[in-house]
Write a protein that binds this ligand. Sequence first.
Ligand code: UD1
Length: 446
Amino acid sequence: MGRVTENVHGLRKEERMEQYAIQGGNPLVGEVEIGGAKNAALPIIAASVMTDETVHIENLPDVRDTNVLLEAMQDIGVLVNRSGRHKVTINAARINNLVVDGDNIRKIRASYYFLGAMLAKYKSAEVALPGGCDIGCRAIDQHIKGFRALGAEVKIEYGLIKAHAERLRGNHIYMDVVSVGATINIMMVAALAEGQTIIENAAKEPHVVDLANFLNSMGANIKGAGTDVIRIKGVTGLHGSDYAIIPDQIEAGTFMFAAAITKGDITVKNVIPKHLESITAKLLEIGCEIEESDDAVRVVAAKPLRPTQVKTLPYPGFPTDMQPQITVALALSRGTSIVTESIFENRFKYVDELTRMGADIKVEGNTAIVNGVAKYTGARINAPDLRAGAALVMAALAAEGVSTVEEIHYIERGYEDFHLKLQALGAQIEKVSSDRDMQKFRLKTG
Ligand code: UD1
């Protein structure tokens, strides 16, 4: 099995060569509890360094990306205390290094949130250029444009982005593209800049709103988050906070599509149904039944799936992070669907893997023409990135026969206990790391 070690602060360092072994064919049925949003947790963790006071964060997802970010903070002298699996206390009063360049940090995209957070507080930050999933060219020009508009000098040297400022002053900033990351980074810097900043064409994603709420809970003055114009009045300092992260929209959406793909009946609990509207709308279009309550959504897939058209768009449009999951469902529908990816240009890499399971999909540029097939069959497949990895696991759960999914470290970047949550819904899925484990799995699942 993979080695799991713990450092002094209780953060898990994991090295593994594990795979998922999956025996498909069971409809997934039952309830699943959704965790805190990874994409909200990452900027909130980074923004915790913007005060010298202690910040308590709850509903933190225990996934690799958040753990890597917390470790990177410890490397520069931030005190991080995990008081439970989903709770962390952060104190950044004694940061001793404004250069964030550890080995781990280069692997995750959200490392660039340290730029905004540290530039805001210390007027200086140097951070390794971001990595993350290889889903297309992931430019950072809008982040740089925003930092410069607020008075920083920014340069890229020796693999680091370096931002320094004498003074940070509010400005009127028009974003050329709707960018979650750039909106968040600019919001952090503007929160501690002098005067007012207006961000036009801002991203409206729930995690942008969550970060604004978190910063406001620390004493910032941010209005309009969740609309495309955000107004920020700079304040001179921020204080500590107790904050609970919102539920993960994409984890919830993934399990909702797991119901559709496996012809199951799943209730996702601890969600904000409003954040799931574009996902719910598509599930209804393809023939699923939906029941909504205040903090749960039930998806029942009793009828054959119908084809549809879908185009990924910034929130409140259909999320790019749900594109592989809906494609896996549509490839099992009765008819032809068109899936258009308008956010990232390289997000159909998983289609080759799905084809090996029997899917009939033709990709032309940013469009996939998906001809529904009656079933998938088990195969040995690779997770090419986080969301596509999760989608391929769901394809394997619907497939006839046994599959293995490799490179599951991608999936663990963003899904906590993915296979355990699936097991609780009746999935036959296990982590294996040797031929012996695989034999045992085959014997057990027959
Ligand atoms: C975030 C999410 C990711 C999600 C994406 C879109 C995190 C950690 N990641 O990524 O899961 O898929 O939003 O919802 O929250 N762009 C530029 N210049 C820039 C920045 C972005 O041209 O400076 C372009 C990108 O190439 C892309 C589009 O804008 O085509 C959207 O990217 P962005 O919203 O910034 O995505 P991320 O914040 O990286």
